[in-house]
Design a protein around this ligand. Sequence first.
Ligand code: BJW
Length: 223
Amino acid sequence: MTILILTGAGISAESGLGTFRDKDGLWTKYDLNEVATPEGFARNPKHVQTFYNARRANCRGATPNAAHVALGQLVSAREDVILVTQNVDDLHERGGATGVIHMHGELARALCAACDHRWDAPDEMSVDDPCPACGTKATRPDVVWFGEMPYHMERIYDAMAEVDLFVAIGTSGNVYPAAGFVTEAKQNGAETLELNLEPTDARGLFDAGRYGPASQVVPLWVD
Ligand code: BJW
């Protein structure tokens, strides 16, 4: 029985990290074209670094909630559970999960836009930081912006081919390719379940749904 779990910003909401598209979400305060595209970074790298430095600081100050802990226990107890997250925070890892697949990258990592070298990000990243490999001043957060290819797609689609149960937790289902996973899983014969604060626009694509705060709904489902 292979279980593929996809998490989104909603699982970290009760840890104090903002979601993107909810009322008061990050995209109501920031123009995503300016902070979450390669073109925005090229136009104003300092603005983008400031946005991600603040996100990194928030993440450092946050603690995993009961949903992260429950998934950490599940992943540790069973070898047939694959945890894929769209989140760039490290709350799954701090909640006890190992082998988490970060398809949209990680705040804790830096990427050289010139040579693709990756390394641990400092707390405060600056456009003037040279890449340790090639020396170019093209340091960016190692996260996936709109128009870029998400990470580990081959691994994810390989897992998707074997999935028996697909569970989406705390994601609005607005952003592809993750938004297409439910359809892919169903085509492969899997059962599909949505766990969210409330039914999303994608609810009709799932076989079942359970609704409420992740810190309550996820531990109940894991039990
Ligand atoms: C709770 C809760 C609580 C609240 N408890 N729940 C037209 C069709 C198809 C695709 C496209 C298209 N036009 C453009 C595209 C491509 C584009 C895309 O999808 N655009 C859409 C806007 C349409 N996608 C891309 O460009 C991607 N790349 C790509 O497609 O490459 C080509 C490719 C082709 C084929 C195969 C593979 C690839 C890249 C997308 C990169 C997204 N990047 C971001 C930023 C990452 C860095 C960062 O964090 O800053 O990723 S954007 C942002 O959205 C972030 C998130 O991971 C992602 C998803 O958001 P998420 O997690 O769903 O959050 P919200 O806020 O939307 O939802 C929160 C949910 O939680 C809500 O449902 C709440 O109810 C719930 N909630 N509190 C439980 N307490």
